[in-house]
Ligand binder design. Structure first.
Ligand code: C2E
Ligand code: CA
Ligand code: CA
Ligand code: CA
Length: 283
């Protein structure tokens, strides 16, 4: 018994060690990811459910490591936040997304909005608004064609700093969306008090709409409630993670304005997005 117990402990330690080792390794490797051109952006379309227009495009970052292959942002963004590299990565993402949106405007006459995820760590920096301004100036993108996606946590922490930043962005004319809505804090006052224009309903709600395991009536009730709040406060609503035709019809029926998800398209590289924006156009 003793021996097997000890083995159990050792196995557990080994697993922890491996995990820690991996984090240390990835942290070290990520130091040079940006300078070695290992970061890229992919883009996912967001459609207007009433008109069918491709209204917005979300930029999502990818890290391709020469040995380990493609690493998910859910893995390396937390690493970048801890190491402080999120600042340079975030600035790079912002600039690239704005530049790409300008190319789409020029080449395809696309008049939509590019959306960029912003880490709470990045957002809490005093120089953030200036960085956004720089990215807009550098690219020539009109401010109202840029939307920043923030999580509820980012908006509720350190309220004064956040409020100052949000007002600064509002003055610039940049749009603000709340990402993963419904999964974070339950305070709703900030929706009324802060210059927010859009909420993105978290994928877990969309998922439940078609899940045979969980009761879809709860998801229906929650989405209906969220849409009701959004209507009252004059906010746009995006349903995230729509994977099936049934889910598209359901979120449309419940009053969501926009939808995004694998049903329409997976995140695409810039070349594939070009094709999507210009179907049937020979090169
Ligand atoms: P998010 O902002 O909620 O982005 C949506 C995630 O859901 C993306 O994962 C996207 O590929 C995925 N997705 C989209 N449609 C569907 C669907 O129909 N079904 C399913 N199962 N998934 C779908 P991704 O690209 O791996 O990004 C994960 C998270 O990493 C993002 O979640 C965001 O929080 C963060 N992230 C990505 N890019 C950036 C960035 O440039 N900066 C920061 N700070 N965070 C980023
Ligand atoms: Ca997002
Ligand atoms: Ca989200
Ligand atoms: Ca509004």
């Amino acid at each position: 018994v003793k021996r097997s117990g000890r083995n159990g402990v050792r196995r557990f330690d080994a697993a922890l060690d491996a995990e820690l080792e991996r984090t240390v390794l990835l942290t070290r490797e990520f130091q040079s990811a940006l300078t070695r051109d290992q970061l890229t952006l992919v883009y996912q379309p967001i459609y207007n459910l009433k008109t069918g227009e491709l209204s917005k495009i979300e930029a999502l970052v990818r890290w391709t490591h020469p040995e380990f292959g493609v690493i998910s942002p859910s893995v390396f963004i937390p690493i970048a936040e801890t190491s402080g590299q999120i600042m340079s990565v975030g600035r790079w993402v912002l600039e690239q997304a704005c530049l790409q949106a300008c190319r789409w405007r020029e080449h395809h006459g696309w008049a939509g909005t590019v959306t960029v995820n912003v880490s709470p760590v990045q957002f809490a920096q005093p120089g953030f608004v200036d960085e956004v301004k720089q990215a807009l100036l550098l690219s020539g993108l009109p401010a109202h064609k840029l939307e920043l996606e923030l999580t509820e946590g980012a908006v509720i922490h350190s309220p004064t700093l956040v409020q100052t930043a949000l007002r600064g962005l509002q003055r610039l004319g940049v749009e603000i969306a709340i990402d993963d809505f419904g999964t974070g804090y339950s305070s709703l006052a900030y929706l009324r008090d802060l210059p927010i224009g859009c909420i993105k309903i978290d994928r877990s709600f969309t998922e439940d709409l078609a899940s045979p395991r969980r009761a879809p009536q709860y998801a229906v009730a929650l989405i209906t409630a969220i849409v009701g709040i959004a209507r009252t406060l004059d906010l746009q609503v995006v349903a995230e993670g729509v994977e099936t035709h049934e889910q598209v019809e359901a979120v449309r029926g419940l009053g969501c304005d926009f939808a995004q998800g694998y049903f329409f398209a997976r995140p695409l590289d810039a070349g594939r997005m070009d094709e999507l924006l210009d179907p049937g156009q020979p090169e």
